[in-house]
Structure formats: structure tokens, C-alpha cells
Design a protein around this ligand. Structure first.
Ligand code: DX5
Ligand code: ZN
Length: 221
């Protein structure tokens, strides 16, 4: 499997100085930047939308990985693409016409992703695999940073890795929520290749050291 990518989640950054916060994780060795969009309906929290992403775009060369925790995401895909998203992930539970929505994301020239809540079944992905560039496994119930990792998702990650391998497609498998040095190793062993981490990186007093530590545990077999 290719190298594991580390994606700090901006949700745990200091919102008073976001461009500096992004530059700090970019210099610390991050691969992607994960941006959590929450609508206060699909999840009980509110964050930000396309104008903020657009304003941040010139301040970073990182891949902008936009995670839409919202109902009816298809209404806003164009705006997120225009704001500079490199990948857009929608929630399975929020998309009655998932096949169409993923096609719309790709038609905008953006990588397409589906996120699965901890309780969601992977079988719903069987018929959209040809529309997918990445799958995001939620290891917490979406809405907040700093929650406890839900162990039950580990076998789900393994099953998804098997599914991806059986199709011979190069679909990234990301895990989001409760990632730290201990859980990182377990989800990598289960087959994840993108690790999203909010508190473990942004709340650390030495972000470069935290990313190095994650890479060191990921390098262990
Ligand atoms: C939660 C978000 C996550 C969150 C992860 O709904 O999707 O991206 O920022 O935060 P940590 O790593 O602190 O659990
Ligand atoms: Zn997220």
C-alpha cells in the first residue's frame, strides 16, 4: 500500500488566526488539510462554508479535503469547488441520490468522497464504487472534535480495504475522529491510508513533533 497521508482537521485550530494555523501544519509536514463543514441540521454544530475556504485557499498549497456534514450537499457543490476544494466528501446518510451526487462532484473536476457514520453499513457503497475516489470512515459520531475513538469501526475499515482491493480501483480509505498515535497504528493495520486528526495535531504544543510521532508509529509493522 502507498504511504499513509496525514490530514490535520482545521476544526481544532484557533479560528482567530486560521491562515497562520494552516501554515503551521503545512510547515510541520501535513499532507492534506481537512476542512469540516457543518450545517447545524445534519450534525448539531455549525462551522463555515465556501467563503471561508475561498479566503484561505491562497494561503496554502495543501490539498483541501472538504468534509460536508450537511443535508442536501448537492445544492452547494459548485460553490465548494469554486472555493478551491480538491476533494469533496458527502455523507452517505445525507444523499438519497448518491450516484448522481458523486458524478456531480467529479464533473466539477474535484475528487469525490463518501463518508460513513459509525452506524452505517458499507453495503450501500457496492453500486457506487466506480464513482468514488475516497471513502471516509467516521470513527466518532460527526459534529465535534476531541471525541473518543469507537472501536467497532476497526473491522469496518478492514472490510472496506478488502472491498477496495477486490475492485482493483485506487480508492483512498480515510479515517476521521479520535486519531492519535495509538489508534493511528490500529487503523493503518486495518487498511486505512489517510488519517485525519484534529486535536492530536492542532492542540499539540509541537505540531511537527506530533506529525513525526504519527509517522513513526505508522512506519512500524
Ligand atoms: C468530526 C470531524 C472531524 C474532527 C476530528 O465531526 O469530522 O474531522 O475534526 O477531530 P479529532 O481528531 O479531534 O477527533
Ligand atoms: Zn471531518
Amino acid at each position: 500500500m502507498s504511504e499513509v497521508l496525514i490530514a490535520p482537521s482545521l476544526l481544532s485550530a484557533d479560528f482567530a488566526c486560521l491562515s497562520e494555523e494552516i501554515q503551521s501544519v503545512e510547515q510541520a509536514g501535513a499532507d492534506w488539510l481537512h476542512l469540516d463543514v457543518m450545517d447545524g441540521v445534519f450534525v448539531p454544530n455549525l462551522t463555515f462554508g465556501p467563503p471561508l475556504i475561498k479566503a484561505l485557499r491562497p494561503h496554502s498549497g495543501l490539498h483541501f479535503d472538504v468534509h460536508l456534514m450537511m443535508i442536501e450537499p448537492e445544492r452547494h457543490l459548485e460553490a465548494f469547488a469554486a472555493a478551491g476544494a480538491d476533494s469533496i466528501t458527502v455523507h452517505l446518510e445525507a444523499c438519497p441520490h448518491l450516484h448522481r451526487t458523486l458524478g456531480q462532484i467529479r464533473a466539477l473536476g474535484v475528487r469525490s468522497g463518501v463518508a460513513l457514520n459509525p452506524s452505517s453499513n458499507i453495503g450501500d457503497l457496492d453500486y457506487v464504487l466506480d464513482q468514488l475516489d475516497q471513502i471516509l470512515v467516521m470513527a466518532v459520531n460527526p459534529g465535534f472534535g476531541g471525541q473518543k475513538f469507537i472501536e467497532a469501526v476497526v473491522p469496518k475499515i478492514s472490510r472496506l480495504r478488502d472491498l477496495i482491493q477486490s475492485t482493483d480501483r485506487s480508492i483512498d480509505l480515510a479515517v476521521d475522529g479520535g486519531i492519535d498515535a495509538t489508534t493511528a497504528r490500529r487503523v493503518k493495520s486495518a487498511g486505512a491510508n489517510v488519517l485525519i486528526a484534529g486535536q492530536a495535531i492542532f492542540k499539540s504544543s509541537d505540531r511537527a513533533a506530533s506529525i513525526r510521532e504519527l509517522r513513526a508509529v505508522l512506519a512500524l509493522e
